[in-house]
Design a protein around this ligand. Structure first.
Ligand SMILES: [Fe+2]
Length: 592
């Protein structure tokens, strides 16, 4: 049975294909059309899914969309009637959503086939149920508490659920305009991070701040019952799409979230790309602090209703790895399964698996242990891409490739590491990664100056051999998808200085050999040379979506000051940059 899952006309449009209950392939459209957070129709992703399993669209039995414009309609109408200025906008959105519901015509047009050939049944699933489904059905558990939270989706910002067997029973929803995600976005915008998806950057700024504004910021969002409420006087009215708009070309744009009241309290908002003042850092601190307080309040209430050890969680806010790392200290939950694509691209998997298990009542399958669900490329394709780029490469056997690459990392070089299937979700997890020595004091600055050009305050992440996690980190719950931040043990902070954030934490990826043998063996080879079972891992890109193809990896390698590229069995060196690895690079406290 073939089920195609879709997230479409929404940020991070994506497609996933599920064959007899197994997720065979999944990809966000941005990786193929190179348009960051693309929010249109994922035509290239659909084609890639079908190609991956050798199927035609006419053979697909079900198409499931992680969006249901009829969900929570009464609440939407109630909101529109209470906000007359929004009624026209509401009617416009309804019309647009009606047009989008015709998945059959959209698919037939995009793939240039006769609609009469399409036999699939169409399913629409409410946004947050699709998020919870993406986590629960990929988890190893027969029962779990389900939790989803983000800015908004189908007029809801937060959902709790009891998951058991094939069923997800919704317990509670927080309706717009009340949203913990919108609270976070509003403050990020105020301190100059105004683009969709900037929230993850500001999380790294928070530890530089002090408690100055915690009391003031706490007034903006408060617990209410089992949910939360915003003080709306701090917000501009955001409408039923909570200030997020998808433009006709698929660009996702955010409206200004904060009201004049924020300016009266905190002064002028910071303009993007200007110096970051202590006030901005203190606001970031207070924002993360309050986010965590409300998050744990919600989780503790959920645990009271679903008193289990296991938590299946998704939604854009579930990418807050700092908060995720504290779940075990601040709530009774003992295990988490957070879907690698916890943001909206993950809706494609959630909708497809919900159709299989909940609608069609098919039995559960093995859990999803890894995120390598994207495309891979043959050795001949890689070889011809290298030749076309005019690069001389050595073809090495596996052991030699691992040994020489580890040697390059140990020597302080920056290595592009392109192997196997691309990761699903926003994190590079060892197949489309740039890797480097985690223990060189200047490595963060070298990476930023040469390749990544990121904000000075953003940390780089460590990948660690799974069995060494307790020796290096203060928590032993695994973090296979780089979605938990833990304290690094005091005696290991110097050894990991390039990945040790200002608050002595690291957003680790736990690497188990059965999940990615090639990457595991690379770290093990590095350990044999240095004694450190950890490497620095950052995504293989330069201010663009993570590279997908060999050609994109080679182009990134050539235009940046990366030293070495290990791509498939080939190793390519670029001499002439090593002297910078130990040089001091000065970066001011502005962003880029
Ligand atoms: Fe979402």
């Amino acid at each position: 049975m073939l089920i195609l899952g879709l997230n479409m006309f929404h940020a991070d449009a994506s497609a996933a294909i599920v064959v007899d209950g197994e997720v065979k392939f999944a990809i966000a459209e941005e990786r193929l059309n190179r348009h960051k957070h693309f929010g249109g129709f994922p035509v290239l992703a659909i084609k890639a899914c079908l190609d991956a399993v050798g199927a035609k669209i006419s053979e697909v039995d079900h198409v499931a969309v992680g969006q249901d414009s009829d969900a929570n309609l009464a609440k939407k109408v109630q909101y529109a009637l209470a906000n007359p200025a929004k009624i026209l906008n509401f009617i416009h959105l309804r019309h647009r959503k009606e047009a989008m519901r015709d998945v059959r015509s959209l698919t037939a047009n995009a793939l240039d086939v006769d609609p009469a050939q399409l036999k699939f049944q169409e399913h629409h699933l409410e946004h947050h149920i699709a998020h919870i489904a993406s986590a629960y059905y990929c988890s190893p558990w027969e029962k779990a508490a389900g939790f989803s939270f983000d800015g908004s989706g189908d007029f809801v910002s937060t959902m709790t659920a009891r998951c058991q067997g094939n069923d997800i029973e919704v317990l509670d929803r927080v309706y717009l305009p009340h949203s913990l995600g919108s609270f976070y976005t509003m403050i990020c915008e105020f301190i100059g991070y105004t683009k969709y998806g900037d929230e993850g950057k500001v999380m790294g700024l928070a530890p530089y701040g002090k408690e100055t504004y915690c009391d003031l910021i706490a007034k903006i969002v408060r617990p209410k019952g089992e949910g939360l409420e915003l003080d709306l006087s701090y917000f501009k009215p955001l409408g039923s799409n909570q200030g997020m708009e998808v433009l006709p070309d698929g660009t996702v744009r955010l409206a200004r979230h904060f009201s004049d009241r924020m300016e009266k309290l905190f002064g002028e908002p910071r303009q993007p790309h200007t110096e970051i003042a202590q006030r901005d850092m203190d606001l970031a601190y207070a924002m993360q602090h309050r986010f965590e307080e409300i998050f744990f309040y919600l989780l503790n209430h959920l645990h009271a209703r679903v008193p289990l050890d296991d938590l299946a969680m998704a939604g854009g806010c579930a990418l807050n790895s700092v908060a995720n790392g504290k779940i075990f200290d601040r709530t009774p939950f003992r295990r988490t399964y957070i879907q690698p694509a916890a943001g909206d691209e993950g809706l494609a998997i959630g909708a497809a698996l919900h159709t299989y298990h909940s609608v069609l009542k098919q039995p559960r399958r093995d859990d999803l242990k890894h995120s390598y669900l994207g495309p891979e490329f043959s050795e001949s394709r890689i070889q011809s891409a290298l030749q076309r780029a005019g690069l001389e490469a050595s073809k090495l056997d596996r052991a030699t490739l691992l040994n020489q690459t580890a040697e390059q990392i140990a020597a302080g070089n920056v290595v592009g590491w392109f192997q196997g299937r691309m990761e699903w979700g926003p994190r590079a997890l060892g197949n489309r990664s740039i890797v480097a020595h985690p223990g060189l004091p200047n490595m963060k600055h070298v990476l930023n100056a040469r390749i990544k050009h990121r904000e000075w305050f953003r940390p780089f992440a460590p990948s660690i051999l799974a069995e060494y996690q307790p020796e290096y980190f203060e928590h032993d719950h695994p973090s296979p998808f780089m979605l938990h931040v833990y304290k690094i043990r005091p005696e290991k902070r110097k050894e990991l200085c390039a990945v040790n954030h200002v608050d002595d934490t690291g957003r680790l990826q736990t690497v188990a050999r059965e999940e990615n043998p090639m990457y595991y063996d690379l770290i093990a080879a590095f350990q044999r040379k240095t004694g450190i079972p950890v490497i620095l891992n950052t995504s293989f890109n330069e201010n663009e979506p993570i590279v997908c193809t060999p050609e994109e990896a080679i182009a990134c390698f050539q235009r940046t000051k990366m030293d070495v590229l290990a791509i498939g069995p080939f190793l390519v060196s670029k001499p002439g940059h090593r002297e910078e690895a130990t040089a001091t690079v000065s970066i001011g406290k502005t962003d880029v």
